[in-house]
Every structure is written in C-alpha cells, then in structure tokens.
Design a protein around this ligand. Structure first.
Ligand SMILES: *Cc1c(COP(=O)(O)O)cnc(C)c1O
Length: 366
C-alpha cells in the first residue's frame, strides 16, 4: 500500500522551521501583551517592506482584510464591485459585508483571472470598485485593470490571498491598486497556525481608517470609539510565527516553481490543460484542466493521491449570491467544471511529483 500524498500539508512547513517558531512563540508567551503588541508591529513593518508598500495593517482574516478595505474606501450600500466568480467565496462575501453588491464578470482562459474586456463591459453608474483576484498565484492583467480604473474613477482592491510574493513583469502584486488584501490562513503560501490577514497600501489616510476599524473605532490610545469599528486583529502569537515564515517565503515560492516546472515537463504534450505559465506566478495551486475532471480525481484518489477542486460551484452559483441578476459566465463555468488542483507544496518530494504525473498519464491512456 502506497503512502497517501496530501493535497495540502501545512504542518510540514511548520515542522521544518519548528525551532525558530518555538523560540518566537516563547518570546510572546513571556511578554505581557498578547494582542496589538510588538510582534504585530514588527511583522507589519517586515511585511510592508517585503511587498513594497508604505503601510501594512494586520487584521483577523483575509475576508476581513477585503471587507475593511472596502469600508475604509467608503464603498457601501448602492455600490457595485466588479469581481470574479472563480474564487473563494470570502472574496465576494466581503463585498456583501460592507453593504455593496458583487457584479460578477467572466475570467480569461489564458490567465484564469478576471478579463479586462469583461470589466469594461460591466461598468455602470453604480460601479465603485474593481476587485481582481490573483487566482492560484497567477497575476491578473493589472496594467489593463489600472487603466480601466483610472479612466472611470474606480478604486481597485487586489485580492492577494493566494499571491504572497507574486509579481507581474517584475513588479510586486499588491502594489498596483489602492489596497491589497492578504490572508494568512494556514494553507496559503504565507500561512499562520490559525486565521490572519493584512491590508497593504500606500495611502496614509486609508491606513489610519483601517487601524481604527480593526480596533473598535478607537483613534490612538484613548478607548473612545470614533467609528463603527470591529474587533479584527491578528494576535501576537500568529504575528511572531508569520515573521519567522516570511523569512522563508521566497525560498518556498521557488520550491513551488520547481515542482510546477516538473509537472509541466512530465505532462506537456498530453491531453490535459496546463496552468498559465507566467514567470511571476507563485503557484499557490497547480491546477490542470480535464473534461472528465471528476473521474480523473477519483482515479488519483484510488492511487492515494489527494487533489482538490477550486472552485465548484463558482461563487455566482452560491445561494447567498443568487439574489443578484443571473450572469452567464461561460469561461468561469467551464473552468469550474474542469479544474483540478494537484498537490504542490514546497515540501513535496520530487518522487511524489513524478508518481502523481505517472498516475495522471495512466488515466489519460485508459
Ligand atoms: C483564502 C482566501 C480568502 C479569504 O481569506 P480568509 O483568511 O480565509 O478569510 C479570500 N480570497 C481568496 C482568493 C482566498 O484564497
């Protein structure tokens, strides 16, 4: 019996850096501040430098990072936010949380990401913002998106929950829009041992509003609420863990690319769709395409290989969004029916990658 290959395995990464993490956690335990203390400020400084933005405001999750960004940008009731339905539901829930309405438009088969032409066609008098998602770590066409935004006076919030360290033509994702939202959910490329998120921005007013919103609406040290704030903070232990893992993020992303290159070499030329090949991608997932996706998934499972579907049903089909107008999104729907995420982590052994590719090819020959 072969050993099962997991689709995601965050504990492998944690165990690899266990000594550094233990020391960092131990420091926090010995301090007297477990929320909004020095570990959080230190991580915020380190992560803002890493991304290349002037400010980082950590919050409790990626969903909160998106929702609070939009709230801080003044997006709310009556506004529409143009986004993709080929994403994790948190992207679109955040739009509802701030009182606005998601306007789903189609993605581009070549990028798996939101299609600039579809954005142009979707703009109307209620449109307030564009929320592109760098799906699986692949960059959206941010140059086209920023041109559309500036031409129409729209805000841009980048969903970078799957794009820690990803680039477009050498420029870091997260530095294009008005704000960028990150998630530190354990399976992300930069993942904590619990929930966490952050907003990155170069706008000092936005930073000020976000710091207020995450902490009961308090302005500075006085416990006086000056806005309808939330309790949405990254805790000190998670911040300390993240600062350790940030040091290893680039190496982890390089390891993922090595795995992706190996999959490409082994699968190229066969009857299976390969993901976009952009040098700035950080391969949060390596998602192939096949018309009989579910049968392929089952064949892999029978061979002790765990895979995952991102995302079916696509978000516009979820009941909570069904109140909006029916959208026909052919590319999104096709991808949602055919995408299959193979295991990809920095820690996966190359002979596991070879075995996965062998089993895929065996299925294709059937
Ligand atoms: C994970 C994820 C989110 C939500 O982040 P949480 O920290 O789980 O709230 C949002 N968007 C995308 C694309 C994600 O992958």
């Amino acid at each position: 019996m072969q050993i099962k290959i997991p689709q995601a395995a965050p504990s492998r990464r944690i165990n690899r850096f266990r000594q550094e993490i233990d020391a960092a956690v131990s420091n926090v335990i010995g301090s007297d501040q477990y929320v909004l203390g020095s570990a959080v400020s230190s991580f915020e400084t380190a992560f803002s430098k890493y991304v290349g933005c002037s400010d980082c405001v950590t919050v409790a999750s990626g969903t909160d990072a998106l929702a609070l960004s939009m709230r801080a940008l003044g997006i709310g009731r009556g506004d529409e936010v143009i986004t993709t339905a080929l994403t994790f539901s948190g992207t679109a829930l955040a739009i509802l949380h701030c009182g606005a309405t998601p306007h789903f438009v189609d993605v581009n088969l070549a990028t798996y990401c939101i299609d600039p032409d579809a954005i142009r066609a979707g703009i109307n008098s209620r449109t307030a913002a564009i929320l592109p998602v760098h799906l699986f770590g692949h960059p959206c066409d941010m140059n086209a998106i920023m041109e559309i935004a500036s031409g129409n006076g729209l805000a841009v919030i980048e969903d970078c929950a799957q794009a820690h360290g990803a680039k477009l033509d050498g420029k870091n994702l997260g530095t294009f829009g008005n704000a960028a939202a990150y998630s530190f959910y354990p399976t992300k490329n930069l993942g904590a041992m619990g929930d966490g998120g952050a907003v990155l921005t170069n706008d000092p007013d936005l930073t000020k509003r976000l710091r207020r919103l995450r902490n009961y609406g308090f302005d500075g040290r006085d416990r006086v609420s000056t806005a309808i704030g939330f309790n949405s903070r990254l805790d000190e232990i998670q911040a300390a863990i993240l600062e350790v893992l940030l040091l290893h993020l680039d190496d982890g992303n390089i390891d993922r690319r090595t795995v992706a290159d190996r999959y490409r070499t082994l699968l190229r030329g066969h009857a299976i769709g390969l993901p976009p090949d952009n040098s700035g991608s950080i391969y949060h997932q390596f998602a192939v395409r096949h018309d009989n996706r579910d049968a392929l998934m089952q064949h892999l499972a029978q061979n002790q290989i765990d895979t995952s579907v991102h995302y079916a049903p696509a978000v516009h089909k979820h009941p909570v969004f069904a109140t909006g107008p029916t959208r026909h999104l052919p590319v999104t729907e096709k991808l949602s029916r055919t995408l299959l995420s193979l295991p990809i982590q920095p820690e996966i052994a190359m002979d596991s990658v070879d075995r996965i590719a062998d089993v895929v090819l065996e299925y294709l020959r059937k």
